[in-house]
Ligand binder design. Sequence first.
Ligand code: ADP
Ligand code: ZN
Length: 731
Amino acid sequence: MYAEVIIDLNALELDRIFDYEVAIEGVEPGSRVIVPFGKSKTEGFVVKLKSDTEFDKSRVKKIIRVVDDVPAITKENLLLANKMRLKYHTTYASVLRLFLPSEMRTGKVRKKMVTFASLNSEIPYEEMINSLRKGADSQKGVLEYLYANKKTKTADINNMFSPSALPSLVKRNYVVIIKEQESRSPYKTLLDFNANVTLTNEQTNAVNVCLNSDKPTLIHGVTGSGKTEVYLRLIEDTIKQGKTAIMLVPEISLTPQMLGRLRGRFKDNCAILHSGLSAGEKFDEWWRLRSGEAQIAVGARSAIFAPVENLGLIIIDEEHDGSYESETTPRYVTSEVALFRSKYNGAKLVMGSATPKIESYVKATTGEYSLVEMKERVNGKPLPEVIIADMRNEVRSGNPSPFSSALKYELETALSEGNQAIIFLNRRGYSQKIICKECGYVAKCEHCDVALTYHRDENVLKCHYCGALYAMPTGCVECGGININYSGTGTQKIVDELSKLYPNAKILRMDNDTTQNKEGHHKILKEFGEKKADILVGTQMIAKGHDFPSVTLVGILDADMSLYFSDYRSTERTFQLITQVAGRCGRANKPGKVVLQTFSPKHPVLNLATNYDYKGFFEKEKSLRMATHFPPFADVVRIMVESSDDKLALEVLKTVYFSCKEVYDKNYNFFVYFNKMKSPVKRMKNKYRYQVLARINGNNRQIIDEFYEISAKNTTKQVLCYLEVNPSSLI
Ligand code: ADP
Ligand code: ZN
């Protein structure tokens, strides 16, 4: 027998299939194996077994050993890997890596085994006790203890009794030792109570449409319409049929919350896949799914690769979220992978959002997806009223603070009534930039072409692209001037200002800086949920999904921010953000209010968002994109060329461009746009960045495939080229 093995080294030239002889038991497609490779040993994945090889048999080497008892990669995932490899023009190995937690591949984690002692049930207890010699008190104690307490950890027995007692009893065959795997389960205390609610009519309808549809279903439901409860019912139905489910949430900060709700209903049937877990926890949760012990996988994007078999349901919550697109190789799109898995397994695919992606809603209107609309909040209350605060007036009337008078008034009301408020701001840190007032010098990162942000807590300047830290200068580096100005306001500064205004209020901050450690998100949200704080200040992290019944006010400090990006998605993103943030309040019995601060109060998108007019927004945006040829009516394709050597990067860019130009010349009627240029952020993490940017109409797969090949062909050790299709960010 021979095996085709993919070697787990991610170098393009090695992405070949190697044949090995199988002379040991347990090798199956999907098995991880250790094989001789060159002069050393390496890990690989078996992708196929065959009875013969076309290579010289005397030179084909033997597989050394199999790593796991069960093949780590399921048959379905092997097929999926192959599809993805072809579609995204990437290596087999780099796709296969998505299917296993990284720590597992390097062999650094193992199952945690614990030994237990238990009485030998074949010998009557009395007989054992009576046969002990006089004075063997410890042995007697152990027997009595095990009789009363049954199976006990050997470590505990040895702590309670003389350590020689247990071995003696084992020797006499009175006590048997059992080895069991102990699960390192994350978030052990997370368990929401299971509210046994009666579904609203809209929820019942949504569940029925999802169950009866043979197409993917898009649930367009306003915030607070009870989409989560619909998901839970669908999962329940799936589990009853003996199948498995995958539940995806956009941010890792939302996974614990969802896990709590799932555990409340499905107990230990759920496993969490989460990049923030310890290696041991990741390993155990992964195996609980692989072994079938857990049937529900919950996690962010990468949980779509959960090693479950017999998949019956995939849910993508907040489907519009940008985090569902991978930003590292392989650059996959989660919904595409989900569609494959759902087709392969005949599983239901359900996507939900209060603000679906334009692309998804187009599919729902053309019949590619089934559509469910949920228009009412569960509590029967209207969506929160939105007050627009015109910041131009505030400036004119001499208000220097980041808060409008409307927001201050509403904050005071909310606090005095014992309610909670959320203040949303797109920027973390203390101030966005520091500028020398004398020469206009702006402090920039040495490795990236971006301004540094001042963080007052640590008194440092941080680069938000590469994380580099710099000491706060006492004077201007350029001209030596000492008049340094802070411009732009970040979350830290907002917290400062709020505590000056409301010295008695307890304020929490949630952004990338306060959520660095493992359960950081969870701790802040828990504290706020338990009403241990009055105000939560945060970045987009707090915009999504959270359900805090006591929040009656949301302040959006800089609603315009995302409007000024020159990206075709910026209006869509602004609409989504406002709807999502506003949706965090008035979710229980108390009505909510939103104060939206803006410098462009007449902007049409703000008007649509404050009226919660998704359909109006959709129609407008759709016709715009149709007329100007943007997704989903055309594809934005970008080939990035990155290198730490600027000249080399530019050279490769030209080669890439001229190769693409040949494709362009043959197909120019498909193209709306085609050009080469510097990327908007010209240098990041010491890499110079250039791009070929194109917009291509219609049935263009062939062209994109050719671009993929050009990009792969030009990647070398010094220059990285990669292709993105409709990327969520074009920086
Ligand atoms: P969405 O995900 O659509 O924003 P959620 O699923 O979080 O909304 O539901 C909003 C709130 O309503 C939650 O607190 C939830 O527990 C509650 N809820 C959902 N369905 C029902 C129901 N049928 N009866 C009573 N309360 C419900
Ligand atoms: Zn940097």
